[in-house]
Design a binder for this molecule. Structure first.
Ligand code: C5P
Length: 223
């Protein structure tokens, strides 16, 4: 059969990166950062002056990009696109906003579907995104949906960006995150929502260690 998948979905800044990196390390599985694919495609389109509402053109571009993910931790991560280091720009909140714009378009989602499924390799995959459990890997062995209050997510994202040397005002960030989530939750295709059978984990007020304890408990119960 196909290698097992664990799907981790949720809104921006909720801690999916922490959880999926930890799970990948813990189980020795591969990891898919599906949001990065949307970010890269949005940035590539923007840099080539493609109108970001032209889904078909973006889909054609997606097929031509060569993307490599290097490193496994947040600190040693590098994102190479056609051999160039795009890590810093891919992580900006403005790129997240462009990503959520293009992510509403069916041709874009269709173009990225197989690319995402290609990450499913032995011994298994931890998939991080918005529609991992609902659309991309509906047969995932374990589906986790993480959530947290918008204020807390804005604060976490702020900390994370400043650690990477990316400046952002917290009030602006909160507003950007709110707008992006609203778009992700309300779009007609592949909206952000818990998959059937997903385990919902609310991490509001929880330090990272407590979040990982909850995830470990879910892992044990799913065996
Ligand atoms: O997770 P990240 O913040 O990198 O995602 C950027 C944007 O890409 C999201 O706000 C969402 O609009 C889109 N996305 C998506 N489906 C996914 C992952 C990300 O639509 N599986």
């Amino acid at each position: 059969g196909l290698p097992p998948v664990i799907a981790v979905d949720g809104p921006s800044g909720v801690g999916k990166g922490l959880v999926t990196r930890w799970l990948a390390e813990r189980l020795g599985f591969h990891r898919l950062d599906s949001g990065a694919l949307y970010r890269i495609l949005a940035l590539a389109g923007h840099r080539r002056d493609i109108d970001l509402h032209r889904g078909e053109q973006l889909a054609a571009l997606a097929a031509r990009l060569s993307i490599r993910f290097v490193g496994t931790t947040e600190d040693d991560e590098a994102i190479l696109v056609d051999g160039e280091d795009w890590t810093h720009d891919v992580r900006k909140e403005s790129t997240g906003a462009l990503a959520s714009l293009i992510a509403t378009q069916p041709p874009v989602r269709a173009a990225l579907l197989q690319q995402q499924r290609d990450f499913r390799e032995a011994p298994g995959l931890i998939a991080d995104g918005r529609d991992m459990g609902t659309i991309v890997f509906p047969d995932a062995r374990l589906k986790i949906f993480m959530d947290a209050s918008a204020d807390e997510r804005a604060q976490r994202r702020h900390k994370q960006l400043s650690a990477k040397g990316i400046e952002a005002r917290i009030a602006t960030l909160r507003e950007e995150i709110r707008a992006r989530d609203e778009r992700d939750r309300n779009r007609p295709i592949a909206p952000l929502k818990p998959a059937d059978g997903a385990q919902v984990v609310d991490t509001t007020g929880l330090p990272p260690a407590a979040v990982l304890e909850k995830i470990e408990a879910l892992l044990q119960r799913s065996r």
